[in-house]
Design a protein around this ligand. Sequence first.
Ligand code: SAH
Ligand code: SF4
Ligand code: F3S
Length: 469
Amino acid sequence: MQLPDYKEARKRNKEVVEKEYYSIDDSIINIGLNKKYYVKTYGCQMNEHDTENIKAMLEQLNFTEALDQEDADVVILNTCSIRENAHNKAFGMLGRLKHLKEEKNKDLIIGVCGCMAQEEKVVEEIMKKYKYVNFVFGTHNLHHLPYILNEALKTKKQVIEVFSKEGNITEDIPVKRANRYKAFVNIMYGCDKFCTYCIVPYTRGKQRSRDKDDIIKEVNKLVKDGYQEVTLLGQNVNAYGKDFNNDYNMENLLEDVAKTGIPRVRFMTSHPWDFTDGMIEVIKKYPNIMPSIHLPVQSGSSKVLKLMGRRYTKEDYIKLFDKIKTIPNVTVSTDIIVGFPSEEEEDFEETLELVNYCKFDNAYTFIFSPRKGTPAEKLEDKSTLKEKEDRLHRLNEIVNKYFLESNQKMLGKVVDVLVDGPSEKEGLLCGYTDTNKLINFEGDSSLIGKIVKVEVTDAKTWSLDGKAK
Ligand code: SAH
Ligand code: SF4
Ligand code: F3S
């Protein structure tokens, strides 16, 4: 048994990160024969991509994918710790799985992984109150899943293996991609920014950049397999390469990925701190780097930003924003937290001012959620829940107004759309524009997986309507 340890997770050392290669022993290759698995994902794109790895590892063990938990022999919850409601959702699901196990399928095997598995308190709780959970593994030992599962199946005991110290980078973990045309590629793991509200540096460990040759090899394979889009993933992608002993950085990587010829390159998430002028030039130079930047601001008050540990002021953000806006046709989206402990009404009003200046094309807005073990958890809270809810509501009204305005500017234009498949609206197709706007449109199903021209005929707050040209 190996349990999570926050003291260990907080450490950052200068040890060199080694590269390992994934492999599994032939002796366990058949443990999934005639068995089905179901994985539920709660977190960000990185978490979704981990699920793609988990599914492929299970299929190597000869499991097949079940339709839902009722139909499965093994259920794995790939969890997220970012806010309290992500926690509650996963624990709620564990409650439902308990009933399923007691009433319908006593042999059901239940596993928990992802960011919650890296939290000391969560694992303690699982050991005490959720004894029916068969195994727990963390984000640093995802590639051990075949062995952990094998042990859980054989011993029938609760198996817990969570490493708090990030290990090496493991290459060649198999992947079952959720989409045939769009792919996620990790370029770095972990985060060293330690924003005071955020749990990610504890659950994902220190920043480790992947070798550029491994990244380019993966993208080249995607090109060969007919993929149209790659999203380069990391918590803080602009800091790519800062942990190397050479000068190769995000600017160089973006350029090399663009040169593979993949039709669309996206990257996320960008921290304003490491966004360089050179990156802006590379984005301008390569038409296959999409003009859509996610640039979380978090707050418009320099006082709050300082307490958040974001390392930039409101003015720094606006300066960078203005530079990014020189990229032709670019859209900028953001993340905003309201009700941070020290936020007062004047601070919140500064956030509204910033939003009124930037007129974001999209924004994800959240109420601050205290996370155990982070510095912000201990700050004195200056607003009540009601005030926080009221701020979120006021903020949403304004950001929504700008989403609609941004969409209305597209009316009558002809845009490039990568067609995902049938829309939720019957008889229509859907896809995303180069600027990352969702569009539903009339067109033939033969267009799926292609980049096509679509004329925008209507604009709503959350999506566009159109017609294939
Ligand atoms: N690495 C990314 C963000 C990852 S988390 C970045 O730095 O931009 C995604 C978003 O969740 C964050 O941008 C932030 O807005 C929000 N978030 C993170 N921790 C939070 C917390 N404790 N409470 C509320 N929102 C939080
Ligand atoms: Fe969290 Fe900040 Fe790292 Fe983003 S940059 S993952 S918000 S600590
Ligand atoms: Fe959640 Fe972990 Fe991602 S906390 S947002 S799944 S890195």
